[in-house]
Ligand binder design. Structure first.
Ligand SMILES: Cc1ncc(COP(=O)(O)O)c(C=O)c1O
Length: 289
């Protein structure tokens, strides 16, 4: 039985009811956030909360976030995820239910706050090392993808294109540059330099991306944040994605062409090991072998 949180109350998922007038349902008028928990401990929660608050403020959705830390902890507890190696808590806040019109509803409308928790798994080491493939796709999203809105149709279509091609990920190409994935950030390694698109309005400012940049800095690995033309990207020694459930994931082929030697590269490996150490999940590390 799954316990979820909806508008101040905890209930089974089956009991949760959201109005058909909800502006999230009708207009994608809302934001979401996903925070990982390792061995039941939330990882970088303040950063996730700050990104959520920034999104709410930008969209002028007036909803406090003071209760969310407790909601996250309680959902992990109630769903027996306190001892899970890897889990995450998803929270979504929409502008609320109101008769359908494009502009903000008149008067005060209470936002809808929905949250659930779920386990995720890290692949066994031998599988991780093999990595996976990716394709490039045109970026057909709007120009403020730094806001984590629930409006994800271009991401859905791009990820489906990857699935149709039999690969795990898609790389968005915008203005000729390889910028990020459908649900993860993108890195390339050129001659030992870890390179990624800068944190502009064109990408989501991933918390995992920030952690990886921090780790690279600590490890003395050179980092460059700059636009990467897709033709240059194709020549990278290593490519990897980062994200909350993606963690650090190697890409070994791009549009059917091998990347590097076709397995996880040395810099990707070092950063993944450092990431595993940083999140500090004993159970996840044991499970991975
Ligand atoms: C488009 C996009 N880029 C990057 C990320 C990675 O962000 P984070 O590391 O905070 O999970 C996500 C996560 O959902 C995403 O949707």
């Amino acid at each position: 039985m799954t316990t979820v949180y909806l508008n101040g109350e905890y209930m089974t998922k089956e009991e949760a009811r959201i109005s058909p007038d909800d502006r999230g349902f009708l207009l994608s008028d809302g934001v979401y956030e996903v925070t990982p928990a390792y061995d039941g401990r939330l990882f970088r929660f303040p950063q996730h909360l700050e990104r959520l608050e920034r999104g709410l403020a930008t969209l002028r959705i007036h909803q406090g976030t003071g209760e969310l830390a407790d909601v996250h902890e309680r959902l992990l507890r109630e769903n027996d995820l306190e001892s899970a190696a890897c889990a995450y808590v998803y929270v979504q806040i929409t502008r609320g239910a109101a008769p359908r019109m494009h502009q903000f509803p008149e008067g005060s409308v209470t936002p809808t706050v929905y949250a659930f928790a779920k386990a995720f798994s890290r692949p066994p080491h031998e599988e991780w090392e093999l990595g996976s493939g990716a394709i490039t796709v045109p970026d057909r999203r709007w120009s403020r993808v730094d806001i984590k809105t629930i409006s994800l149709l271009p991401n859905v279509l791009a990820q489906q294109a990857a699935a149709d091609a039999g690969v795990a990920n898609a790389v968005f190409v915008k203005d000729g540059n390889a910028i990020e994935g459908t649900h993860n950030n993108l890195f390339a390694v050129f001659d030992g330099v870890v390179t990624t698109h800068p944190a502009t309005h064109e990408i989501l400012h991933g918390i995992t991306r920030a952690v990886v940049l921090e780790l690279a800095g600590r490890m003395g690995i050179s980092v460059e944040q700059r636009a990467i033309p897709v033709e240059e990207f194709r020549t990278a020694d290593e490519i990897f994605f980062t994200g909350t459930t993606t963690e650090v994931h190697p890409t070994v082929s791009l549009d059917g062409q091998r990347v590097g030697d076709g397995t996880a590269g040395p810099v990707t490996r070092r950063l993944f090991e450092a990431f595993v150490e940083e999140v500090g999940s004993r159970r996840a590390a044991e499970a991975q072998g």
